[in-house]
Ligand binder design. Structure first.
Ligand SMILES: Nc1ncnc2c1ncn2[C@@H]1O[C@H](COP(=O)(O)OP(=O)(O)OP(=O)(O)O)[C@@H](O)[C@H]1O
Ligand SMILES: [Mg+2]
Length: 182
């Protein structure tokens, strides 16, 4: 039966109120993920997609600076696992995906994060973790809603682990306990 307005099983909504909190969520995800897994990121310019990937990269022990691969479309980092960071923002044609060797990396042997995934969603594997980030109004301008929708068992387990791991303080800030190194 179709239920409108209710969340599907496995979905999660989080709110963050500072970039550091979104980065922390990314780090927890990075710790929880095992390859191969694809994370499809959506959300307007400047909502925090790259901030989240940066957190995941840190958790994987990647020291390099992480920025949107807007012009190169793909950057590869080597951490505990390979991290493939895609950006579909400037991608115009699906043929360019083949040139990038997209099929090799998705799902491939590493963890893939795809910014602006919605532009070519039909080319992504069905089993993946969809994350949409939206702004919500708060006085600081730093409020973000993070909507996680897992497709498949592996992605669902990652979301479950995330929800089990994170805690909030009474003032509503995220309790960013340092994540144990591997
Ligand atoms: N709660 C928050 N979560 C994430 N980023 C935040 C938050 N509050 C403020 N910010 C700021 O928003 C900006 C997010 O930038 P980021 O590059 O991650 O966006 P993006 O979604 O990757 O954009 P683009 O589509 O241009 O690649 C950063 O400047 C960050 O400091
Ligand atoms: Mg970005």
């Amino acid at each position: 039966m179709e239920k409108r307005g209710t969340m599907r099983q496995g979905e999660a909504f989080l709110t963050t109120r500072a970039a550091a909190e979104t980065e922390y969520i990314g780090a927890v995800l990075g710790k929880a993920m095992r390859p191969p897994l694809v994370v499809a990121l959506d959300g307007d310019l400047g909502t925090g997609k790259t901030v989240l990937v940066r957190g995941a990269a840190r958790a994987l022990g990647i020291k390099e600076e992480i920025s949107s691969p807007t012009f190169v479309l793909l950057k590869i980092y080597q951490g505990r696992f390979p991290l493939y960071h895609f950006d579909f923002y400037r991608l115009d044609q699906a043929e360019e995906l083949a040139e990038l060797g997209f099929d090799e990396y998705l799902p491939g042997e590493g963890l893939a994060f795809v910014e602006w995934a919605g532009r070519f969603r039909e080319y992504l594997p069905e089993k993946r973790l969809d994350i949409t980030i939206t702004r919500f109004f708060d006085y600081s301008g730093e409020g973000r809603r993070i909507h996680l929708i897992p497709h498949g068992v592996q992605a669902s387990q990652v979301v479950e682990l995330l929800i089990e791991t994170i805690t909030w303080r009474v003032d509503g800030t995220l309790n960013m306990v340092p994540l144990a190194p591997e």
